[in-house]
Write a protein that binds this ligand. Structure first.
Ligand code: ZN
Length: 388
C-alpha cells in the first residue's frame, strides 16, 4: 500500500483534513467496533467465557466513548483484554514525522511541529503508526512519579539545543503524552500513589495535561483504560474518589462460569514442547478432579453486597462477602467450592479453619503432591453433587 509521504500528498488522499482533523481516538475505536459488530467478527479472540458478561460491557463503554476500568481478581484476562483493544485501531495512522507525541498533521499541539510546519508547509514529512505502537501500558507501582507519567524538564535537551529552560522545546514528555492519539493503559491502578492519581484528573476531565512549570497545556487525545484488583484495595492502596468519578465505565471480570469454559482456557494456555512442536496437554487428572468436584447449588443466593459478576463464580461470592453470607446450604458453607482453581491456580491442599476467606492466605502455601500419585489428593471433601 502506497501511503502519502508528505503533508501535501496527505491532503489529497483518504486521510483528508476533513476526515482526520476532528476524528479522535475514541471515535476511531467506536467506528471500527461498529464495523466489526456489523460483520459479526469475534471481538476478542482468545478470551473465553466473557461473551455474555464482560464483552457486552466493553462494547457499551467503547460505543459511549468512555474511559473504563476492568475490576477483577488475578488471572481474569484483564491485561489481555486491554491489549486486544488495539484491534479497534486503524491499521495506519499518519503523524508528523519525528514528533515525540505523534501530532495530528492537521492539528499539531507541540511547539516543535508548529515551528516546522511554518517552515516547510506541505513538504512536511509524514510517518505512520501501527496499532501496536499506539498502545502504551504502565504497571502502576508506588514509585511512579508525575515526571514518568506526564513529563519533566530535560536540562540536557536544553543544553544541546541551546534553549532557555523555559522553552517548550526542553520538555521531556512522560508516558501519557507519548500515548497521544492512542490507548494508555494503567495496570493495578490502586498502586498508584494518591497524588499521582490527582495528576490524571486534567486529562480525564478537560482532556489536557500541564507539564511542570511550563505555561503550556497539551490537549491530548488518549483513550484511558485501567485495571484493578479489588482484593488489593485495602492492602496496598485505593482509587481516589474524584478519579473514580471520572472513569466512565466500571466493568467486573470473573472466573469461568462453567467447567467447559475453564477447560477450554486450560487447553488454550497449557502447553509443553515435544519434538520442537507446540503440544497442548490437558492433564488427565484435571478432568477427573473437575468431574469429581461437587458443583455449587444452582440457586445459591448471593448476599446483596456481593458484586453482580460474583454470580458467575461461587468462589468470588465467598471471597468478597466476608463474613459468610447466610442462607447458603450448609454443604457449600463448609467448603467454598472453587472450580476456577483447576484452570488458573493449583489447588490448595488445606483450607485454614479461620473465618477469614482471603485467597492469598489460602493459597500462600506451596503445593506438594505425593511423588507416586498421578492425581492430586482431593482438596475437597466428597459431597454428593447434584450437578444438572
Ligand atoms: Zn509535534
Amino acid at each position: 500500500m502506497n501511503l502519502p509521504r508528505t503533508l501535501g500528498e496527505l491532503r489529497g488522499s483518504d486521510f483528508s483534513e476533513e476526515r482526520l482533523r476532528r476524528r479522535r481516538v475514541k471515535d476511531e475505536m467506536r467506528e471500527n467496533l461498529i464495523c466489526k459488530l456489523r460483520r459479526r467478527e469475534a471481538l476478542f479472540p482468545g478470551i473465553v467465557g466473557y461473551d455474555d458478561t464482560v464483552v457486552p460491557q466493553i462494547v457499551n463503554a467503547v460505543l459511549s466513548r468512555h474511559n473504563f476500568i476492568l475490576l477483577g481478581l488475578r488471572g481474569q484476562a484483564k491485561s489481555r483484554i486491554l491489549r486486544a483493544l488495539t484491534s479497534l485501531l486503524d491499521r495506519a495512522l499518519p503523524y508528523l514525522e519525528g514528533c515525540e507525541i505523534h501530532d495530528n498533521p492537521y492539528a499539531s499541539i507541540c511547539g516543535r511541529c508548529r515551528e516546522l510546519l511554518e517552515e516547510r508547509g506541505d513538504q512536511m514529512p509524514i510517518a505512520y503508526l501501527s496499532p501496536e505502537h499506539r498502545y502504551v501500558e504502565k504497571l502502576a507501582t508506588p514509585d511512579v512519579t508525575i515526571a514518568d507519567l506526564i513529563g519533566d524538564i530535560d536540562p540536557i535537551k536544553a543544553a544541546r539545543g541551546g534553549h532557555q529552560l523555559s522553552n517548550e522545546l526542553t520538555v521531556h514528555y512522560g508516558l501519557l503524552p507519548r500515548a497521544n492519539r492512542g490507548i494508555f493503559a494503567i495496570n493495578e491502578l490502586p498502586d498508584l500513589a494518591g497524588k499521582i492519581q490527582v495528576g490524571l484528573f486534567n486529562i480525564m476531565q478537560e482532556g489536557d495535561v500541564q507539564i511542570k512549570g511550563y505555561p503550556i497545556r497539551l490537549a491530548l487525545d488518549v483513550a484511558l483504560v485501567f485495571t484493578a484488583n479489588p482484593e488489593d484495595y485495602t492492602a496496598r492502596g485505593k482509587i481516589i474518589t474524584p478519579l473514580k468519578d471520572r472513569i466512565g465505565s466500571e466493568i467486573r471480570t470473573h472466573y469461568p462460569a462453567t467447567v467447559d469454559e475453564g477447560m477450554a482456557i486450560t487447553a488454550q494456555e497449557a502447553w509443553s514442547q515435544r519434538d520442537g512442536q507446540k503440544l497442548v496437554v490437558v492433564p488427565k487428572f484435571l478432568r477427573e478432579v473437575v468431574e469429581r468436584s461437587p458443583s455449587p447449588p444452582a440457586t445459591t443466593k448471593r448476599s446483596t453486597s456481593a458484586p453482580a459478576s460474583a454470580s458467575a463464580c461461587p468462589s468470588l461470592a465467598w471471597r468478597t462477602s466476608s463474613p459468610m453470607p447466610s442462607g447458603v446450604p450448609s454443604a457449600t458453607r463448609r467448603k467454598p467450592s472453587c472450580r476456577a482453581w483447576a484452570t488458573s491456580t493449583p489447588p490448595c491442599r488445606r483450607l485454614p479453619a479461620s473465618s477469614s476467606w482471603n485467597t492469598r492466605a489460602r493459597c500462600a502455601a506451596p503445593i506438594s503432591w505425593p511423588a507416586n500419585s498421578s492425581a492430586p489428593p482431593s482438596p475437597r471433601p466428597s459431597i454428593a453433587t447434584s450437578k444438572a
